[in-house]
Design a protein around this ligand. Sequence first.
Ligand code: ZN
Length: 327
Amino acid sequence: MILFPDNVPYFLCLSLPAYRLFSVSIHVSICDKNGYNYLMPHLAIFALGPLRIELDGQPISTSRHKALALLLYLVLNPEKRSREVLSAFLWPDYEQEKAFAYLRRTLWELNSLLGEGWLKADRDQIGLTPQANVFIDVSEFQAHLAALRHHNHPTSTVFCQECLAHLRTATLLYRGDFLAGFSLRDSPGFEDWQFFQAEELRQAYSSILQRLSNLLYQQGNFTDSSMFAQRWLALDNLNEEAHRLMMKLYNRSGQRHLALRQYQECQRVLQMELGVSPETATQILYESISSGEVLQEQDLLSAQFGNFREKPADVDVTVRLLEGWVF
Ligand SMILES: [Zn+2]
C-alpha cells in the first residue's frame, strides 16, 4: 500500500493479494487515509446540511425518519448499543415490548434499503459493522479540526500552509447545520442529541471561519478573507470581531462608505438583539475610518482589552483574541 501525505484527499492503494506461479494479479483500488475504499460497496452520509445518503454513488431516499435516525446515531457512535437503550431513545412513549418490535421493524427497513452487512445486530446489541465502508462528512470535518489541534501553533499569527488547507477543506464540508430540516418530534432524546451535535459543529465552523478570515487578512488575501468573513457574519451577526474585520476589509478596498455602513449594521443588530452599543474597539475603528486616519492593530487590541476589563465575563474571549483561536 502506498500512502501519500494527509492533505491529498484520495490515495492510490496497490496490493498484491496473491502470488501465483505463472501470474501476478495486482488489485488497484482508490481509498482515503482512513481506508475508505471507493471501489468496494460504500455508503456515504452527508449530514452537514440537509441529509443526503448515497449508496455506491447513487442517492437513496426514504420517508422512514426513524430508520435514518437509527443509522445516523450508529454511524456517529460506532460502538454497539443495547436494544434497550436504542428503543427507549427512539420510542420513549411505548412500553418496552412494543418499542422492541418497532426497533426490529426499523432494522429490517434499513437492511431492505441498504442491503445486508452494514449493521451488526445480535440478541442484545446493535452496532455498525466494523469493516463497513462508510463515509460521513461529520467525522471528516472533525478530523480536520483534530489535525489543526496537533499543530498547536502558539499564536494566531503563526500557522502553516497545511493548517490553511485543513481550514479551507473543513469549510467545504460544512454545507449547513447538522441535519438541517430533519426532526423526530416524538423522540425528544434524539432531538436533544441532534441539537447538541448541531450546536457543537456550528461553533467549530464559526471558529474555523474566524481563524481562516483573519489568517487570510494577515496574508493580504483580502478577497478570500472577505468571503469567509461574510460567512462568519452570516452565522454570527452579533460577533463584533467579524464586523470589525469586514469594516477593515471594506476600508482597505477603498469602499469607505461600505465600512461605515457595516458599523451602522453592527450598531443596529446589537441594539435590536441585546440592547447594547458597540464595544470601544469597534467605535474607535469607526472613528478612525470616518476621519481617514490609519489605525494600528495594536490600538484595536488595546481598546478591546480595555473594554473587556469593564466586562469580566468576556475575559476568555480576550485571551482567545490575544493568544490565538482555540478549537
Ligand atoms: Zn500548521
